[in-house]
Design a protein around this ligand. Structure first.
Ligand code: FAD
Length: 288
């Protein structure tokens, strides 16, 4: 299939890209093109114009400032997976990025593209929610921050306005005694997450001092399983505690997705099993 006709623009600055989006209603940003171009070929998306931000190098890269990590929106999945800074200070991001597609997809696909696309089966959204990330957006009215918990609005829908660009993501580096794990049940054909669970666990003196669990793939948006995380605080780091916490993860999953591969009940079961395993893995890493 061929896409419908569109105008093509290649801005040289981020400000110019914002202006192009404003001046051309119906335009879409093009980053790695690994989600948008297939959609255009299927004519699921028929943008009037493409604003190609793929060469805006100031939108790419990873930096650490104190305990704050900043990931540029154009950073590729491969860069995220291989970054020594990320592996040292927030390794769950590398772990999740490494599970995205294949090497070709990771070489071209970008973090910002994945988050802005908001596919319920994507790997990075639940990780960002578990980390409590902050998303930076730039539009004609200026810059604003959006918490990850408010960014994902519905399937393929985010809190970004049509003329806003996601410029970067801020996450806190792990503190002492922190571990994380991302596990997914991959669809056997596509490799996308049928259900993916991100868990962050804080441990001190053999007890959990806090935990955050987010589930992707089960619902239109990734959800933070607050009850599971809150229950773990103060518990001993024992298998029984993680199993009990995992049993509470379904409190956060109302109206799960259901399709010919995985029913709603199967997704709920996957969420429980993967949460227990992710919590155990995160705890083991926290105590190393
Ligand atoms: P694009 O396709 O260029 O854009 C996607 C959407 O986001 C468009 O609507 C675009 O306008 C918008 N956009 C892009 N950048 C920005 C920005 N900075 N600000 C605002 N809007 C923006 N993903 C997974 O999570 N797990 C997988 O296992 C997986 N497997 C894949 C397998 C294959 C074969 C393919 C082709 C893709 C797979 N993906 C997977 C998706 C992949 O991660 C894509 O790279 C990603 O979803 C989109 O990133 P992109 O840079 O290609 O974005």
């Amino acid at each position: 299939m061929y896409s419908s006709n569109f105008e093509y623009f290649r801005p040289t600055t981020t400000a110019e890209a914002v202006e192009m989006l404003r001046a051309h209603p119906g335009a879409k940003l093009l980053a790695g093109g690994h989600s948008l171009l297939p959609q255009m070929k299927l004519r699921v998306a028929q943008p009037a114009a493409l604003v190609d931000i793929g060469r805006l190098s100031d939108l790419a890269g990873i930096s650490l400032d104190g305990d704050s990590l900043r990931i540029g929106a154009l950073t590729t999945h491969n860069t995220l997976a291989m970054s020594a800074v990320i592996q040292e200070h927030c390794p769950i991001l590398s772990e999740a990025a490494l599970q995205i597609g294949d090497q070709q997809v990771r070489n071209r696909g970008t973090v910002g593209g994945s988050l802005a696309h908001a596919d319920p089966a994507a790997d990075l959204p639940p990780v960002m929610v578990a980390l409590g990330a902050t998303f930076s957006a730039l539009g004609p009215g200026g810059a604003r921050d959006i918490p990850a918990s408010e960014f994902f609005v519905d399937i393929f829908t985010t809190a970004l306005k049509p003329d806003e660009i996601l410029t970067g993501i801020k996450v806190k580096a792990y503190g002492a005694g922190t571990g994380g794990a991302y596990l997914k049940h991959a669809h056997p054909a596509s490799g996308f997450a049928v259900v993916g669970v991100a868990a962050i666990v804080m441990v001190k003196d053999g007890k959990c001092t806090g935990a955050r669990v987010a589930v992707g793939g089960a619902t239109p948006n990734p959800v933070l399983a607050t009850a599971a995380g809150e229950w773990l605080a103060g518990q001993a780091t024992e298998a029984a505690a993680f199993a009990t916490a995992a049993g509470k993860v379904n409190d956060a999953i109302s109206d799960p997705l259901s399709d010919h591969y995985a029913t709603a009940a199967y997704r709920r079961q996957l969420a429980t099993v993967l949460t227990r395993r992710a919590l155990i893995a995160a705890c083991t890493r926290a105590t190393k």
